[in-house]
Design a binder for this molecule. Sequence first.
Ligand code: 3PG
Length: 316
Amino acid sequence: MNVANIKILHIDSNHPLLWEQLKQEGFQNEADFTSSKQEVEAKIENYHGIVIRSRFKIDKTFLDKATNLQFIARVGAGLESIDCDYATAKGIHLIAAPEGNANAVGEHAIGILLSLFNNLNKANNEVKSGQWKREDNRGHELEGKTIGIIGYGNMGKSFAKKLRGFDVTVLCYDILPNLGDANATQVSLADLQERADVLSLHTPWTPETDKMINSDFINQFKKPFWFINTARGNSVVTADLVEALKSGKILGAGLDVLEYEKLSFETLFEGEKPAAFEYLLQAENVLLTPHIAGWTFESHQKLAQTIVDKICKIYQ
Ligand SMILES: O=C(O)[C@H](O)COP(=O)(O)O
């Protein structure tokens, strides 16, 4: 199909290959990384495609003005910033690129897991501040442990694949049936909560997963467990997580995502911090990273390539 008339608006910067390859394929690219949502809304009828990361929400108001839009491409995995049902009802193609950062997320979750089990973060801070504490930093081994994965899509599968070789049992739970594979056995949520020594969250943020990790949910676990979140901060009630850390029900937490992140994060350091957040900052068994699990040099490129391939497929 001739794509020379297809105008694509890029509202976030991405790996240059995205722009270059779309241009080579014959698409018309335009960039606008600074205009406000309202300003983009005012001109969106002139475009057939929009490429976004997460600068603003693509809501009903926006979509009603996007009268010629044929696709929305999100250079990432999560689609929560888009009113997907409304866009789909309008016949707009939705494209995401979870294949592009799944490997990075899987590797990052392994990094968190090994760090939690061996106190790497705490020990590093201590040695650098002149403390040589071996007994305090005695670690745990993964061998023989049971790892529970909730959400067995691209990210969960990537993490499970990386766990091969650690001599662990890997269980997965997902609302979709028949997802188990050679790397993980699919079980009921109750079964996972009964057996897991580690919980790693890999679900999208949806009404069903919003605040899913709360006290009730945590208390269903039979054993104390370690918790890893590389998915979405809003799936966790932080105050409940902190209670579980204090009581020892959660042995340690590695959080790449926080309910406080993005626009509100910097402002958190200006005034008095929420008590739960302050606790996470001080706790020695809590490892925090700034939403970088999928943020590698390699995934930057793979995300772009995935989006190019999927856009081209629409116009084949
Ligand atoms: O959804 C994703 O792929 C990741 O969470 C990264 O999202 P970001 O573009 O908001 O950094």
